[in-house]
Write a protein that binds this ligand. Structure first.
Ligand code: IPD
Ligand code: CA
Ligand code: CA
Ligand code: CA
Length: 268
């Protein structure tokens, strides 16, 4: 994808993201129909579906040759990332959306032949748009984000992770993870993977560690974190498969090896 193509698609995507966010804000106090998916805490609302359907309708109209992966199933069933693919999470942080009416985001990543070209993460209620185009830097609204500090020490790092890491889990011995949270300076749990990526890019947390995320949770975030010199892999340091779920570690390069080596001690 050349610079001009990237810019044209970015401009269009940005317009739709802001428009979708405006619609959510306008209806934030309207009654919601809340359903559950894989378990009683896996929520989906009419607004998740309406928002995804909005993007799919627009993309099909303006870019009929593009493909779409969306959490709520309005997109295509893809088996490859060939061509231009929009990877959309209409509301990332649905639990926050339902319970808090804030701390959720629209996440749109646009990939071309498997390469992340554009990332947009919109904190709807704060009206903050994190965005990046490959090779052109990352921004929060109009402000360019600084390259990540690479010299952050492990014992001075704030890492986003949720509390399941400290319970018995299938990936890492919980005792090792308890040592992990004692060794770092602090941990945070925000409840929106997309926002946690955005916060890593902004440098307000130094990393984000998670057991299982889908492509739509991370597609935009990866592009944005890349543009500030951060790195994203699975928890063993391997490349992510953007058609599957993965464990995820995104952080500055300086911390990556130290975190992976720490986790390795308890890896199942
Ligand atoms: C969820 C959020 C949450 C993460 C979950 C995701 P959703 O996305 O990003 O922070 O811990 O794994 O599924 O369902 O609210 O779009
Ligand atoms: Ca969901
Ligand atoms: Ca999500
Ligand atoms: Ca979602």
């Amino acid at each position: 994808m050349n610079t001009e193509e990237r810019k044209a698609i970015y401009n269009q995507a940005k317009e739709w993201v802001l428009e979708a966010g405006k619609n959510i804000r306008a209806k934030i106090d309207d009654p919601l129909i809340i359903d559950t998916k894989s378990n009683p805490n896996d929520l989906v609302t009419t607004m998740d579906k309406e928002t995804e359907a909005y993007f799919v309708g627009k993309i099909n109209q303006i870019f009929p040759e593009h493909h779409i992966i969306g959490e709520e199933g309005y997109g295509d069933k893809l088996t490859s990332l060939d061509g231009t693919v929009w990877i959309i999470d209409p509301i990332d942080g649905t639990m926050n959306f339902v319970h808090q009416k804030r701390n959720f985001a629209i996440s749109v990543g646009i990939y071309h032949d498997g390469i992340g070209e554009i990332g947009l993460i919109y904190d709807v209620m704060e009206d903050n748009l994190y965005h990046a185009k490959r090779t052109e830097g990352a921004y929060k609204n109009e402000n360019k984000l600084a390259p990540l500090a690479q010299n952050v020490r492990f014992d001075e790092a704030i890492i986003g992770l949720n509390h399941y890491w400290l319970c018995e889990n299938r990936l890492v011995d919980e005792l090792v993870m308890q040592q992990f949270v004692r060794k770092i300076r602090g941990s945070r749990t925000y409840g929106s993977a997309a926002l946690e990526f955005a916060y890593v890019a902004e440098g307000i947390i130094n990393g984000y560690l998670t057991m299982s995320l889908a492509p739509w949770d991370i597609a935009a975030g990866i592009v944005i974190v890349n543009e500030v010199g951060g790195v994203t892999t699975d928890i063993d340091g391997a490349t992510l498969d953007m058609l599957e779920k993965n464990s995820v570690l995104t952080c500055n390069q300086g911390l990556q090896q130290e975190i992976i080596q720490f986790i390795e001690k308890g890896r199942k």
